[in-house]
Design a protein around this ligand. Structure first.
Ligand SMILES: *Cc1c(COP(=O)(O)O)cnc(C)c1O
Length: 385
């Protein structure tokens, strides 16, 4: 039983396995107002804009904190207090944007589809036509709850056709799935360092259409989550308003170099796609069942139905994998018992093959064979009076 190369491999939606060189990039200290760090900040901002094809139209605003901080900053800054947001919801992250809007006092309405059903651009267009008060549509690109892909390009077209503005949560897709401002009109998109960009947690960012951000002064109900103020500070003297996560920025800078070295977004998507295919093929052979059909499955994270064989103990399964060096993720679907395995991070198909071997060993240890049909439920005893 050989442990994977890094000791513990995180097959989760993030934070996830990072490369040794990304970790090494954090081995020095940076003065937050020093030119070296300001240069790092500038480079990271410029690279993020290039990645979304937003040169000349969009600007990058970096923000301390986890991804949710960026979502809250995006909704609070880009949507005026008089605005109204239509949120497409098919999982926990869409629902979270609704919660944020309520908390910060933005009018909000939800368009819900089941967790295994992508948002329908036609339905969104109807909702917009019927409610002129809606100023913005917010949608999750890859809904990490299930791993489903939402049709953001088609939704962008529907939103543009109705003359409204689109906000995208691209947290679990940015860096691996294309999101090109030249081809898909979006007002802002929020993501973080620790998912497909393969940096470490502690830094999030919002890529905003500059003309819209310029008009957003005074919108934000929060001081620290005000993207306009944060942007102004970064433009004026290149500095962050409040203590920046210096080491995290350095790690992201290194991670972005590695992304370029891998062939950019296309190269990364291809590796994740292979990981995803090897994972699904191997898991299916072991008797597990992914809950999404292939055409809806993003190559980010796969949700598997919890086996129905009696006696399958997820805690024991999780522990068996962890002692073998692999950390997986519990499920998050509301209506189904599931667990998830991530395809992202500094992992390749050899790592996935290692994880599959660990899964096979663990099942053997648990004396579970999932390839044989579960025993039919014993018929309920009939009590006759
Ligand atoms: C990870 C993630 C977030 C942000 O979660 P944090 O825990 O705040 O980093 C938001 N949306 C999606 C789709 C995500 O995958």
């Amino acid at each position: 039983m050989a442990l994977p190369k890094q000791g513990l491999l995180l097959l989760t939606p993030g934070p996830l396995t990072t490369s040794a060189s990304v970790k090494e990039a954090m081995l020095r200290d940076w003065g937050s107002r020093d030119e070296d760090f300001l240069r790092l900040t500038r480079t990271v901002r410029r690279t993020l804009i290039k990645l979304c094809g937003g040169e000349g139209s969009h600007v990058a605003v970096l923000l301390q904190g986890s991804g949710t901080f960026a979502l809250e900053a995006m909704l609070g800054t880009m949507v005026a207090p008089s605005g109204k947001v239509l949120v497409a919801v098919n999982g926990a992250y869409g629902a979270r944007m609704v919660t944020i809007c309520r908390r910060i006092g933005r009018a909000v309405t939800a368009y819900e589809t089941p967790e295994d059903t992508p948002a329908d651009p036609g339905k969104i267009e109807q909702r917009l036509a019927a409610d002129r008060a809606i100023t913005h549509v917010a949608i999750v690109h890859c809904e990490t709850t299930s791993g489903i892909l939402n049709p953001v390009a088609e939704v962008a077209a529907a939103v543009a056709a109705q003359g409204r503005r689109l906000l995208i949560d691209s947290m679990s897709s940015f860096g691996a799935l294309p999101l090109d401002a030249g081809q898909l009109a979006f007002e802002a998109t929020a993501s973080s360092a620790n998912k497909c960009l393969q940096g470490v947690p502690g830094l999030a960012f919002v890529l905003c259409r500059e003309s819209a951000l310029r008009q957003s002064a005074g919108n934000a109900p929060s001081l620290s989550l005000d993207l306009y103020d944060q942007w102004q500070a970064m433009e004026n003297n290149g500095q962050w308003r409040f203590t920046p996560p210096t080491h995290v920025v350095a790690a992201l800078s290194r991670a972005l170099e590695e992304l370029a070295g891998e062939g950019g977004i296309d190269g990364r998507r291809r590796r994740y796609q292979r990981n995803c295919e090897v994972l699904i093929r191997g898991m299916t052979a072991l008797g597990f069942r992914p809950i999404l059909p292939a055409r809806l499955q993003a190559p980010i994270i796969v949700t598997f139905a919890m086996p129905v064989q009696c006696g399958f103990d997820f805690e024991a399964f999780y522990r068996g994998l962890k002692v073998r060096g692999y950390v997986i993720y519990p499920g998050k679907l509301t209506r189904m018992n599931t667990f998830r395995i991530g395809c992202i991070g500094d992992v390749d198909e050899t790592d996935i093959a290692g994880a599959l071997e660990a899964i096979r060993e663990t099942l053997e240890e648990m004396r579970m064979d999932l390839t044989v049909a579960p025993r039919a439920e014993l018929p309920a005893t009939k009590h006759t009076a």
